[in-house]
Design a protein around this ligand. Structure first.
Ligand code: APR
Ligand code: ZN
Length: 238
């Protein structure tokens, strides 16, 4: 698996105009997680939940990747097998920056897609930025079951975490960009890697700086050149 793992969160998309979750003014200040992003949301608050994701899906249509996405794309192009790009984000900004879908590991789902609710079928359909109900009347073309946002809700299984665990097994160089660490614990990986870099806007109570060799509290688009230089030097020496 990859020598370098770049794990990102909402902060890497903030400069592209996509709201983070826990910063002031973040999404979870405006919406109640337990209503729109919980394992039982589609049962208890179906319309509100569908509407919430329809709005967020429509919102990303005019968002563009920022400099950080572009530099990571260039690094992945240059060091295809040495770098794993893993994100908690459900937006498509890495893909808009030109990365191949198979080269971006989305841990919490992918906003432009919807999924059949029937676990046996579980077919995934790319509906772009449209409302879920506008695609085949909100029903799975394969089996007729209702569709749902292809997003991992709190309390649900997150199958892509297996990919994350596999990638960090051999990780020697760990980069964390734009995540508060509230959902994915990053310190244990940072502690066992040879080198770890943390880039956020400010300190997070869920992340201990002591396990990181370099900590940059600045916008990702300012920090990414420093991070890219360190990754290049590491890969050229290894
Ligand atoms: N550049 C770098 N970092 C930034 C920037 C920026 N321009 N703007 C904000 N940040 C940092 C903040 O300092 C914060 O640490 O991004 C982080 C955002 O944290 P959260 O809002 O908690 O987002 P994230 O960590 O991605 O949330 C993880 O929680 O709600 C769930 O599934 C959702 O994937 C999400 C997960
Ligand atoms: Zn189906």
């Amino acid at each position: 698996m990859a020598k370098v793992v770049i794990l990102s969160g909402a902060g890497i998309s903030a400069e592209s105009g996509i709201s983070t979750f826990r910063d002031s003014g973040g999404l979870w200040e405006e919406y109640d997680i337990s209503v729109v992003c919980n394992y039982d949301s589609l049962v208890k608050h179906e319309d509100l939940t569908i509407e919430f994701y329809d709005k967020r899906r429509a919102e990303i249509e005019d968002k563009e990747p920022n400099y950080a996405h572009k530099i990571i794309k260039e690094l992945k192009d240059r060091y295809k097998h040495d770098i794993a790009v893993i994100t908690q984000n459900v937006d498509n900004l890495f893909e808009k920056a030109g990365m191949r879908v198979e080269d971006v590991i989305h841990l919490h789902g992918f906003m432009p897609t919807v999924r059949c609710r029937d676990e046996e079928c579980a077919k995934v359909y790319d509906i772009g930025y449209k409302a879920l109900s506008s695609f085949n009347d909100g029903k799975c073309p394969e089996c007729g079951t209702k569709l749902r946002p292809n997003i991992v809700f709190f309390g649900e299984a997150a199958p892509m975490y297996e990919r994350l665990n596999a990638e960090i097994q051999d990780c020697q160089f760990f980069v964390v960009i734009g995540t508060s660490g509230n959902v994915i614990e990053v310190n244990s990986t940072a502690a066992f890697c040879d080198y770890a870099i943390l880039n956020n806007l400010e300190a997070s109570s869920a992340i201990a700086e002591r396990d990181f060799d370099k900590v940059i509290y600045d916008k990702a688009s300012n920090a990414i050149d420093i991070i890219a230089d360190d990754i290049e030097s590491f890969l050229q020496e290894s």
